[in-house]
Design a protein around this ligand. Structure first.
Ligand code: ING
Length: 310
């Protein structure tokens, strides 16, 4: 029996330093309305969807850095998005830089239900890049400098008639991210990303950025029997290019929809959650085929490394 979950991914083109949050929210509203017109009940927006990818810039003044952070959510700039989503009865994922009342700073995403209520929050765990200035590099990647490591783990929430989890960008490169959520019976994982096309550490062939991005989404979706929705912020922000490749991936591991531009673009799939049931029952059946005691036996008998180290 089909279990429909109409999902849209709203890809954002560049956000430049000079762009205001209000201008960006107008773009998000336009895509929210398009998604609703195509029957979506949930929309995925990108990581850090309200500002340019500011970790590319070396900054020393905390006041200057904090201009990119939100002190509350929703707030004056984003309230129109929450209001319109509630009117359209659409839930959404929104990534942004969070500055807490206690002065903590996270790369955060919220999950908002169809009543416009924040039902879940995720703070990015895998912070890539570096914390010191690399003056010789063409751009910086200072997430380790501007954010703290997320302190709430990978959770799964019962909402929108399914069990849905969240992650952010670099998290998608680590198998633990999706496995921890599928062990909590997630059926859907949604994420946003800002992925530079150029590697500042070695002359990586450009095609590998997109190849690895899609490979990881497809592999982690399939091996965890998940629908995965991934929204890019992409194109050249003040001249610094980031890949697109927004996609909705099925539990089969196949790409069900993919963006074809590097601009604001909505993709949509009427996902059938029952597809995941099949793989959870006959292939990735943790209770039947993935027994923790099997791993313990291996470690006891052979002294091999713990399969789940750390
Ligand atoms: N961006 C990139 C990402 O993980 C990166 C950084 C790219 C790390 C390629 C390693 C390899 O997609 C963010 N924001 O995490």
């Amino acid at each position: 029996m089909k279990r429909p979950f109409p999902l849209a991914v709203a890809q954002l083109g560049p956000i430049h330093l000079a762009d205001t949050r209000e201008a960006v929210v107008r773009r998000l509203l336009e895509m929210l309305r398009e998604a609703a017109s195509r029957g979506a009940e949930f929309v995925v927006f990108p990581e850090l969807a309200l500002t340019t990818f500011f970790p590319r810039w070396w900054m020393t003044s905390q006041d200057e850095i904090d201009r990119f952070f939100e002190r509350s959510m929703p707030n004056a700039a984003t309230q129109p998005l929450f209001d319109e989503a509630r009117r359209l009865r659409i839930g959404f994922y929104l990534g942004y830089a969070e500055l807490t009342p206690e002065g903590e700073r996270f790369n955060t995403a919220v999950m908002v239900d169809r009543e416009g209520a924040i039902v879940g929050r995720y703070r990015k765990v895998h912070l890539p890049g570096h914390s010191e200035h690399k003056p010789a590099a063409p751009f910086q990647h200072l997430e380790k400098r501007y954010f703290q490591v997320g302190d709430e783990g990978f959770k799964v929430w019962d909402t929108m008639g399914t069990r849905m989890g969240m992650c952010i960008c670099n998290d998608r490169r680590w198998p633990e991210t999706f496995r921890v959520m599928s062990l909590q019976s997630a059926e859907v994982v949604v994420l946003g990303y800002n992925t530079p096309s150029v590697n500042i550490h070695w002359p990586e062939p450009p095609h590998l950025r997109m190849f690895h991005h899609l490979l990881l989404l497809q592999a982690h979706a399939h091996e965890n029997a998940l629908w995965v929705g991934a929204a890019a912020k992409c194109g050249a922000e003040d001249g610094f290019h980031m890949i697109a490749g927004s996609a909705i991936v099925s539990p089969t591991g196949e790409i069900a929809a993919q963006s074809s531009t590097e601009e604001d673009e909505v993709i949509f799939v009427n996902c059938d959650l029952a597809l995941g049931d099949t793989f959870r029952k006959f292939v990735f059946n943790f209770a039947q085929h993935r027994r923790p005691e099997h791993y313990r036996l291996i470690v006891e008998r052979t002294g091999a490394g713990d399969p789940l180290p750390g």
